[in-house]
Design a protein around this ligand. Structure first.
Ligand SMILES: O=C(O)[C@H]1O[C@H](OP(=O)(O)OP(=O)(O)OC[C@H]2O[C@@H](n3ccc(=O)[nH]c3=O)[C@H](O)[C@@H]2O)[C@H](O)[C@@H](O)[C@@H]1O
Length: 412
């Protein structure tokens, strides 16, 4: 009898040990499977200092608006970029809280991005080095700050570069955009989003001036196709999750602190160096023209879009009612031939350009762009005021100052 009891007791203990070991083993296996691999824990996680209280303090301080009522708290992606840095500075000036995010990639000279970052930081805008594709940082930012708005300007820009590096367009303009929308959809409260689309979505459209109602299903470059895809993805996130989303179709933005990959910028550089420039031309000697738009006008448009953006309507991954979904042209309404752009630069730089006139290559460029801006005008009073001559004068002043004197300019 005693022996029997002992055997039963030993059996129960063995059973307990067996099941406990099995349970612990399974638990360990699951944990191991789900833990981030060394390649997942990207260097950006370390860079933005997730475990650093000083870093969190800086983010929260930068996000704080001057007053709680009437001011926004805005996350600006691509804040060290051309448009991003100008918009961030303008928001800060008027009292909004701004946190910048930028991956500082090497598509063009990152030292220019660092100079913009430095200038922003002296103006009270903290720009974090991080990628919109990094889930950790996106989640962390929305956990730390109840952003009212996101100004999404991080993207792979440039029309012609898409033939060299198509993957970077998919990575930033499609995957990155989706990641950003995912973070916004899960945020509580959900922010309203304003983001940069492009005039290039009009592609081969010939009806002028380009209106938001015109067809945009004939993109001429992969860049344009990713921006158009972005507009469709925006529709989906608005429809399912109630995100308030406004897309802005920028028309060839130029000005001080601009992008060195754009024609007006590298034409200036090459003309000053006495190097030849390629000026593209259509068939039958037809000039190629762009609706060049000055940066300050674009900034006004961005602020107008943010100010009229309605709140998102979702929470917990569900929408409560329909949310706002808009697309606006932000252009200058007066296209200028590229040949004229070169003549203006020659006059301002007091140097004759060595022009190589070449047929427009089949690399995604379109013959002309021309914005109809009546919708933006009606909704938020958008009215560009800077003509190309005046805007280029400001650009050239900045360029000579920034590159010749060797010291970085301390104002916008
Ligand atoms: O409007 C837009 O949405 C787009 O504007 C610009 O694209 P693009 O108009 O092609 O601007 P540039 O690359 O500066 O070219 C301006 C003009 O100069 C011409 N060009 C460019 C390069 C060159 O060597 N020669 C030349 O004649 C182009 O054909 C074009 O007509 C930006 O680069 C895009 O990121 C932006 O999305």
């Amino acid at each position: 009898m005693k022996m029997d009891k002992h055997r039963r007791w030993t059996y129960s203990i063995t059973k307990l040990v067996f099941w406990t070991t099995l349970f612990a083993g399974t638990l360990l296996f699951i944990c191991f499977q789900n833990s981030p691999s060394s390649s997942d824990s990207s260097p950006t996680v370390v860079k933005w200092g997730s475990s650093n209280p000083q870093w969190e303090k800086r983010v929260k301080f930068s996000a704080r608006p001057r007053t709680r009522s009437g001011h926004f708290s805005v996350l600006v992606t691509g804040a060290a970029g051309f448009v991003g840095s100008h918009v961030s500075a303008a928001l800060k000036r008027r009292g909004d809280g701004v946190v910048g995010l930028d991956n500082f990639n090497t598509y063009y000279d990152p030292s220019l991005k660092r100079a913009r970052q430095k200038l922003l930081e002296t103006n009270g805008v903290f720009v974090i080095e991080g990628d919109i594709n990094d889930n950790h940082i996106m989640k962390k930012l929305f956990e730390m700050v109840a952003f009212t708005h996101v100004m999404h300007l991080a993207a792979q820009a440039g029309v012609r570069y898409a033939m060299k590096n198509p993957g970077s367009y998919i990575h930033s303009n499609i995957a990155g955009l989706v990641n950003l929308f995912e973070a916004c959809k899960s945020a509580n409260p959900q922010p309203a989003i304003v983001w940069a689309s492009s005039s290039s979505v009009y592609g081969l459209n010939t009806k002028v001036p380009f209106s938001e109602k015109d067809r945009t299903d004939q993109p001429a470059s992969l860049y344009a196709a990713t921006k158009k895809a972005g507009e469709e993805i925006a529709h989906t996130y608005n429809h399912i999750y109630g995100l308030s989303i406004t897309g802005l179709r920028f028309f060839t933005v130029y000005g001080p602190w601009g992008r060195p990959d754009m024609a007006y910028f590298f034409f200036t550089k090459d003309i000053l160096k006495g190097k030849p420039i390629s000026v593209f031309q259509g068939s039958n000697n037809k000039s190629v023209a762009r609706d060049f738009t000055y940066i300050d006008d674009i900034v006004e448009g961005c602020l107008g879009a943010l100010d009229t953006a309605e709140k998102s309507t979702g929470s917990g991954g569900k929408k409560k009612k329909n949310a706002q979904l808009r697309v606006f042209n932000l252009g200058n309404t007066s296209p200028v031939p590229v040949t004229k752009l070169v003549s203006i630069l020659e006059k301002l730089l007091k140097v004759k350009a060595k022009r190589n006139v070449l047929p427009l290559p089949r690399n995604g460029d379109v013959m002309f762009t021309h914005a109809n801006i009546s919708y933006a005008q009606k909704e938020f009073g958008y009215k560009p005021t800077t003509d190309l001559q005046t805007g280029l004068q400001k650009f050239v002043n900045w360029y000579l100052d920034y590159y010749s004197i060797g010291e970085k300019k301390n104002s916008w």
